[in-house]
Design a protein around this ligand. Structure first.
Ligand code: NAP
Length: 292
Protein backbone atom coordinates (compact mmCIF):
# COMPACT_ATOMS: atom_id res chain seq x y z
CA UNK A 1 0.00 0.00 0.00
CA UNK A 2 1.33 3.42 -0.88
CA UNK A 3 -1.40 5.87 0.05
CA UNK A 4 -1.14 8.11 3.09
CA UNK A 5 -4.05 7.69 5.45
CA UNK A 6 -6.07 10.87 5.81
CA UNK A 7 -6.73 10.68 9.51
CA UNK A 8 -10.02 12.45 10.15
CA UNK A 9 -9.86 11.68 13.88
CA UNK A 10 -6.52 13.45 14.22
CA UNK A 11 -7.58 16.52 12.25
CA UNK A 12 -10.89 16.60 14.12
CA UNK A 13 -9.09 16.47 17.49
CA UNK A 14 -6.86 19.41 16.49
CA UNK A 15 -9.81 21.45 15.29
CA UNK A 16 -11.95 20.57 18.31
CA UNK A 17 -9.17 21.82 20.62
CA UNK A 18 -9.24 25.14 18.72
CA UNK A 19 -13.04 25.24 18.92
CA UNK A 20 -12.95 24.53 22.69
CA UNK A 21 -10.49 27.42 23.10
CA UNK A 22 -12.87 29.63 21.08
CA UNK A 23 -15.79 28.59 23.30
CA UNK A 24 -13.81 29.38 26.47
CA UNK A 25 -12.82 32.79 25.08
CA UNK A 26 -16.42 33.62 24.14
CA UNK A 27 -17.60 32.69 27.63
CA UNK A 28 -14.87 34.78 29.25
CA UNK A 29 -15.27 37.83 27.00
CA UNK A 30 -19.02 37.97 26.47
CA UNK A 31 -20.51 35.50 28.95
CA UNK A 32 -22.01 33.54 26.04
CA UNK A 33 -22.04 29.71 25.98
CA UNK A 34 -22.73 28.34 22.48
CA UNK A 35 -25.81 26.09 22.57
CA UNK A 36 -26.78 23.36 20.13
CA UNK A 37 -30.20 21.71 20.06
CA UNK A 38 -30.42 18.34 18.36
CA UNK A 39 -33.83 16.88 17.60
CA UNK A 40 -34.30 13.18 17.04
CA UNK A 41 -37.58 11.61 15.96
CA UNK A 42 -37.87 7.85 16.37
CA UNK A 43 -35.20 5.34 17.28
CA UNK A 44 -33.30 4.56 14.10
CA UNK A 45 -30.10 3.01 15.56
CA UNK A 46 -27.71 4.91 13.26
CA UNK A 47 -29.50 8.21 14.03
CA UNK A 48 -29.43 7.49 17.79
CA UNK A 49 -25.67 6.95 17.65
CA UNK A 50 -25.09 10.12 15.57
CA UNK A 51 -27.18 12.21 17.99
CA UNK A 52 -25.36 10.75 21.00
CA UNK A 53 -21.99 11.49 19.39
CA UNK A 54 -23.02 15.06 18.57
CA UNK A 55 -24.16 15.72 22.16
CA UNK A 56 -20.93 14.31 23.58
CA UNK A 57 -18.74 16.34 21.20
CA UNK A 58 -20.70 19.45 22.09
CA UNK A 59 -20.21 19.01 25.83
CA UNK A 60 -16.52 18.18 25.39
CA UNK A 61 -16.07 21.49 23.56
CA UNK A 62 -17.68 23.31 26.49
CA UNK A 63 -20.93 24.00 24.65
CA UNK A 64 -24.48 23.56 25.88
CA UNK A 65 -26.07 20.47 24.35
CA UNK A 66 -29.83 20.10 24.35
CA UNK A 67 -31.12 16.78 23.07
CA UNK A 68 -34.81 16.58 22.26
CA UNK A 69 -36.19 13.13 21.49
CA UNK A 70 -39.66 12.47 20.12
CA UNK A 71 -41.49 9.23 19.46
CA UNK A 72 -42.05 8.27 15.86
CA UNK A 73 -45.77 9.15 16.04
CA UNK A 74 -45.35 12.78 17.12
CA UNK A 75 -47.45 15.10 14.90
CA UNK A 76 -45.39 17.12 12.45
CA UNK A 77 -47.01 20.31 13.76
CA UNK A 78 -45.58 19.60 17.24
CA UNK A 79 -42.11 19.16 15.75
CA UNK A 80 -42.41 22.46 13.93
CA UNK A 81 -43.65 24.24 17.09
CA UNK A 82 -40.59 22.91 18.92
CA UNK A 83 -38.30 24.27 16.21
CA UNK A 84 -40.06 27.64 16.35
CA UNK A 85 -39.56 27.78 20.13
CA UNK A 86 -35.85 26.99 19.65
CA UNK A 87 -35.62 29.68 16.96
CA UNK A 88 -36.67 32.19 19.64
CA UNK A 89 -34.53 30.74 22.46
CA UNK A 90 -31.47 32.96 23.11
CA UNK A 91 -29.57 30.07 24.76
CA UNK A 92 -29.66 28.10 21.50
CA UNK A 93 -27.39 29.14 18.63
CA UNK A 94 -27.69 26.04 16.48
CA UNK A 95 -30.62 23.73 15.65
CA UNK A 96 -30.23 20.38 13.97
CA UNK A 97 -32.91 17.90 13.03
CA UNK A 98 -31.38 14.45 12.62
CA UNK A 99 -32.16 13.07 9.16
CA UNK A 100 -33.67 10.97 7.79
CA UNK A 101 -36.98 11.64 9.47
CA UNK A 102 -39.35 8.67 9.75
CA UNK A 103 -41.84 8.05 6.95
CA UNK A 104 -44.74 10.49 6.84
CA UNK A 105 -42.75 13.61 7.75
CA UNK A 106 -41.96 16.28 5.20
CA UNK A 107 -38.23 16.85 5.65
CA UNK A 108 -38.50 19.92 3.47
CA UNK A 109 -41.20 21.49 5.68
CA UNK A 110 -39.35 20.64 8.88
CA UNK A 111 -35.97 21.96 7.68
CA UNK A 112 -37.67 25.10 6.32
CA UNK A 113 -38.89 25.83 9.87
CA UNK A 114 -35.32 26.29 11.15
CA UNK A 115 -34.25 29.95 11.26
CA UNK A 116 -31.40 30.31 8.71
CA UNK A 117 -29.24 32.07 11.32
CA UNK A 118 -29.44 28.94 13.52
CA UNK A 119 -29.19 26.43 10.67
CA UNK A 120 -25.76 25.08 11.60
CA UNK A 121 -26.24 22.07 9.32
CA UNK A 122 -26.49 24.46 6.35
CA UNK A 123 -29.55 22.67 4.96
CA UNK A 124 -32.15 25.45 4.74
CA UNK A 125 -32.87 26.87 1.29
CA UNK A 126 -31.47 30.24 2.40
CA UNK A 127 -28.08 28.78 3.34
CA UNK A 128 -27.97 26.48 0.31
CA UNK A 129 -28.74 29.45 -1.95
CA UNK A 130 -26.12 31.62 -0.26
CA UNK A 131 -23.51 28.89 -0.67
CA UNK A 132 -24.38 28.61 -4.35
CA UNK A 133 -23.93 32.33 -5.00
CA UNK A 134 -20.87 32.56 -2.75
CA UNK A 135 -22.42 34.62 0.08
CA UNK A 136 -21.34 34.26 3.69
CA UNK A 137 -23.33 31.36 5.20
CA UNK A 138 -23.14 28.19 7.27
CA UNK A 139 -21.52 25.62 4.99
CA UNK A 140 -22.95 22.09 5.21
CA UNK A 141 -20.83 20.08 7.64
CA UNK A 142 -19.84 16.96 5.69
CA UNK A 143 -18.85 18.83 2.49
CA UNK A 144 -16.94 21.45 4.51
CA UNK A 145 -15.13 18.68 6.41
CA UNK A 146 -14.23 17.02 3.11
CA UNK A 147 -12.56 20.21 1.87
CA UNK A 148 -10.59 20.42 5.14
CA UNK A 149 -9.40 16.83 4.66
CA UNK A 150 -8.24 17.52 1.10
CA UNK A 151 -6.35 20.58 2.39
CA UNK A 152 -4.42 18.34 4.79
CA UNK A 153 -2.87 16.45 1.87
CA UNK A 154 -1.11 19.65 0.83
CA UNK A 155 -2.59 19.27 -2.67
CA UNK A 156 -3.49 22.60 -4.25
CA UNK A 157 -7.11 22.04 -5.31
CA UNK A 158 -6.90 24.90 -7.81
CA UNK A 159 -6.94 23.65 -11.39
CA UNK A 160 -7.33 19.99 -10.43
CA UNK A 161 -9.94 17.62 -11.83
CA UNK A 162 -12.28 16.53 -9.04
CA UNK A 163 -14.83 13.79 -9.59
CA UNK A 164 -17.74 13.61 -7.15
CA UNK A 165 -19.76 10.40 -7.19
CA UNK A 166 -23.26 11.02 -5.82
CA UNK A 167 -25.56 14.03 -6.14
CA UNK A 168 -27.47 14.13 -2.87
CA UNK A 169 -28.39 17.52 -1.44
CA UNK A 170 -26.39 16.88 1.72
CA UNK A 171 -23.13 15.54 0.26
CA UNK A 172 -22.58 15.23 -3.50
CA UNK A 173 -24.09 18.47 -4.80
CA UNK A 174 -22.63 20.76 -2.11
CA UNK A 175 -19.18 19.14 -2.42
CA UNK A 176 -19.29 19.88 -6.15
CA UNK A 177 -20.28 23.48 -5.42
CA UNK A 178 -17.52 24.00 -2.82
CA UNK A 179 -14.76 22.50 -4.96
CA UNK A 180 -15.77 24.51 -8.03
CA UNK A 181 -16.05 27.88 -6.24
CA UNK A 182 -13.63 30.63 -7.15
CA UNK A 183 -11.06 31.12 -4.41
CA UNK A 184 -8.82 29.32 -1.94
CA UNK A 185 -9.10 25.55 -1.51
CA UNK A 186 -11.37 25.45 -4.54
CA UNK A 187 -11.27 26.38 -8.24
CA UNK A 188 -11.25 22.74 -9.32
CA UNK A 189 -12.81 21.46 -12.51
CA UNK A 190 -15.61 19.28 -11.18
CA UNK A 191 -17.40 16.33 -12.75
CA UNK A 192 -20.53 15.22 -10.89
CA UNK A 193 -21.38 11.55 -11.44
CA UNK A 194 -24.51 9.60 -10.48
CA UNK A 195 -26.47 6.53 -11.50
CA UNK A 196 -27.08 8.11 -14.90
CA UNK A 197 -23.31 8.06 -15.58
CA UNK A 198 -22.75 5.10 -17.91
CA UNK A 199 -19.12 4.39 -16.96
CA UNK A 200 -17.70 6.04 -13.85
CA UNK A 201 -14.13 5.02 -14.67
CA UNK A 202 -14.09 7.23 -17.80
CA UNK A 203 -14.12 10.17 -15.38
CA UNK A 204 -12.35 8.78 -12.32
CA UNK A 205 -9.31 7.72 -14.39
CA UNK A 206 -8.53 11.37 -15.11
CA UNK A 207 -9.37 12.64 -11.62
CA UNK A 208 -6.84 14.13 -9.21
CA UNK A 209 -9.47 14.03 -6.47
CA UNK A 210 -12.31 11.51 -6.15
CA UNK A 211 -15.05 12.06 -3.58
CA UNK A 212 -17.27 9.01 -3.40
CA UNK A 213 -20.65 9.44 -1.69
CA UNK A 214 -22.87 6.77 -3.22
CA UNK A 215 -23.87 4.73 -0.17
CA UNK A 216 -22.74 1.48 -1.88
CA UNK A 217 -19.65 -0.57 -1.02
CA UNK A 218 -17.09 -1.08 -3.84
CA UNK A 219 -18.40 1.80 -5.94
CA UNK A 220 -14.77 2.85 -6.42
CA UNK A 221 -11.92 0.38 -6.96
CA UNK A 222 -8.21 0.90 -7.50
CA UNK A 223 -8.35 0.10 -11.23
CA UNK A 224 -10.67 3.12 -11.67
CA UNK A 225 -8.07 5.57 -10.32
CA UNK A 226 -5.27 7.64 -11.77
CA UNK A 227 -2.04 6.96 -9.83
CA UNK A 228 -1.59 9.55 -7.08
CA UNK A 229 -5.24 10.56 -6.82
CA UNK A 230 -6.67 11.70 -3.48
CA UNK A 231 -9.66 9.59 -2.43
CA UNK A 232 -12.27 10.85 0.00
CA UNK A 233 -14.60 8.05 0.97
CA UNK A 234 -17.82 9.41 2.45
CA UNK A 235 -19.81 6.18 2.48
CA UNK A 236 -20.85 4.52 5.71
CA UNK A 237 -22.20 1.04 5.02
CA UNK A 238 -23.04 -1.69 7.51
CA UNK A 239 -21.87 -5.04 6.20
CA UNK A 240 -22.96 -8.20 8.05
CA UNK A 241 -19.98 -9.73 9.89
CA UNK A 242 -20.55 -12.56 12.35
CA UNK A 243 -17.06 -12.09 13.84
CA UNK A 244 -17.98 -8.62 15.18
CA UNK A 245 -19.80 -8.16 18.50
CA UNK A 246 -22.55 -6.09 16.81
CA UNK A 247 -22.87 -8.58 13.93
CA UNK A 248 -21.74 -6.04 11.35
CA UNK A 249 -18.75 -3.93 10.38
CA UNK A 250 -18.60 -0.53 8.76
CA UNK A 251 -17.13 0.01 5.34
CA UNK A 252 -17.01 2.87 2.91
CA UNK A 253 -17.92 3.18 -0.75
CA UNK A 254 -14.32 2.69 -1.90
CA UNK A 255 -12.58 -0.66 -1.95
CA UNK A 256 -9.92 0.46 0.53
CA UNK A 257 -7.18 -2.06 -0.24
CA UNK A 258 -7.14 -1.67 -4.01
CA UNK A 259 -7.61 2.12 -3.89
CA UNK A 260 -4.82 2.57 -1.33
CA UNK A 261 -2.38 0.88 -3.72
CA UNK A 262 -2.97 3.51 -6.38
CA UNK A 263 -3.99 6.67 -4.51
CA UNK A 264 -1.59 9.12 -2.84
CA UNK A 265 -3.96 9.64 0.08
CA UNK A 266 -7.21 8.05 1.23
CA UNK A 267 -9.67 8.44 4.10
CA UNK A 268 -10.41 5.33 6.16
CA UNK A 269 -13.95 4.30 7.15
CA UNK A 270 -14.54 4.74 10.02
CA UNK A 271 -12.19 7.53 11.10
CA UNK A 272 -12.10 9.68 7.97
CA UNK A 273 -14.98 11.95 7.01
CA UNK A 274 -17.26 11.06 9.95
CA UNK A 275 -15.31 12.83 12.73
CA UNK A 276 -14.97 15.90 10.50
CA UNK A 277 -18.73 16.19 10.03
CA UNK A 278 -19.31 16.64 13.76
CA UNK A 279 -16.33 18.98 14.02
CA UNK A 280 -17.71 21.31 11.36
CA UNK A 281 -21.06 21.28 13.19
CA UNK A 282 -19.30 22.54 16.34
CA UNK A 283 -17.45 25.08 14.20
CA UNK A 284 -20.73 26.46 12.81
CA UNK A 285 -22.35 26.52 16.27
CA UNK A 286 -19.44 28.52 17.69
CA UNK A 287 -19.62 30.88 14.72
CA UNK A 288 -23.36 31.33 15.25
CA UNK A 289 -22.83 32.14 18.95
CA UNK A 290 -20.11 34.66 18.05
CA UNK A 291 -22.54 36.39 15.71
CA UNK A 292 -24.99 36.60 18.64
P1 NAP B 1 -27.95 9.29 -1.05
O1 NAP B 1 -28.87 10.41 -0.74
O2 NAP B 1 -28.45 7.90 -1.07
O3 NAP B 1 -27.29 9.61 -2.46
C1 NAP B 1 -26.44 8.70 -3.09
C2 NAP B 1 -26.03 9.26 -4.42
O4 NAP B 1 -25.12 8.34 -5.02
C3 NAP B 1 -27.18 9.45 -5.40
O5 NAP B 1 -27.02 10.68 -6.07
C4 NAP B 1 -27.03 8.26 -6.36
O6 NAP B 1 -27.38 8.60 -7.68
C5 NAP B 1 -25.52 8.04 -6.32
N1 NAP B 1 -25.18 6.64 -6.60
C6 NAP B 1 -25.58 5.54 -5.95
N2 NAP B 1 -25.03 4.43 -6.48
C7 NAP B 1 -24.25 4.86 -7.50
C8 NAP B 1 -23.45 4.21 -8.45
N3 NAP B 1 -23.30 2.89 -8.45
N4 NAP B 1 -22.80 4.96 -9.37
C9 NAP B 1 -22.94 6.30 -9.38
N5 NAP B 1 -23.69 6.98 -8.50
C10 NAP B 1 -24.34 6.27 -7.57
O7 NAP B 1 -26.71 9.28 -0.06
P2 NAP B 1 -25.97 10.46 0.76
O8 NAP B 1 -26.85 10.98 1.81
O9 NAP B 1 -25.31 11.40 -0.18
O10 NAP B 1 -24.85 9.59 1.47
C11 NAP B 1 -23.90 8.85 0.72
C12 NAP B 1 -23.10 7.99 1.68
O11 NAP B 1 -22.39 8.83 2.58
C13 NAP B 1 -23.96 7.06 2.57
O12 NAP B 1 -23.25 5.88 2.81
C14 NAP B 1 -24.07 7.86 3.87
O13 NAP B 1 -24.27 7.03 5.00
C15 NAP B 1 -22.72 8.51 3.92
N6 NAP B 1 -22.68 9.76 4.67
C16 NAP B 1 -21.66 9.89 5.57
C17 NAP B 1 -21.55 11.06 6.28
C18 NAP B 1 -20.41 11.20 7.25
O14 NAP B 1 -20.40 12.13 8.02
N7 NAP B 1 -19.44 10.30 7.22
C19 NAP B 1 -22.46 12.10 6.12
C20 NAP B 1 -23.49 11.93 5.18
C21 NAP B 1 -23.58 10.76 4.45
P3 NAP B 1 -28.87 8.99 -8.14
O15 NAP B 1 -29.07 10.39 -7.71
O16 NAP B 1 -28.82 8.84 -9.60
O17 NAP B 1 -29.80 8.01 -7.43
Amino acid sequence: MSAAILDGKKLAAQMRAEIAAGVAALKAEKGVTPGLAVILVGENPASVSYVTAKGKACREAGMLSREIRFPVDIPESRLIETIEALNADPAIHGILVQLPLPKGFSEKKVIDAIAPEKDVDGFTPVNVGKMLIGDDCFLPCTPHGIVKLIEVTGMDIQGKHAVVIGRSNIVGKPVAVLLSRKGRSANATVTLCHTGTPDLSVYTKTADIVVVAAGRPHTLTGDMLKPGAVVIDVGVNRVPDATKPKGYRLCGDADYESCAEVASAITPVPGGVGPMTITMLLWNTLESARRG
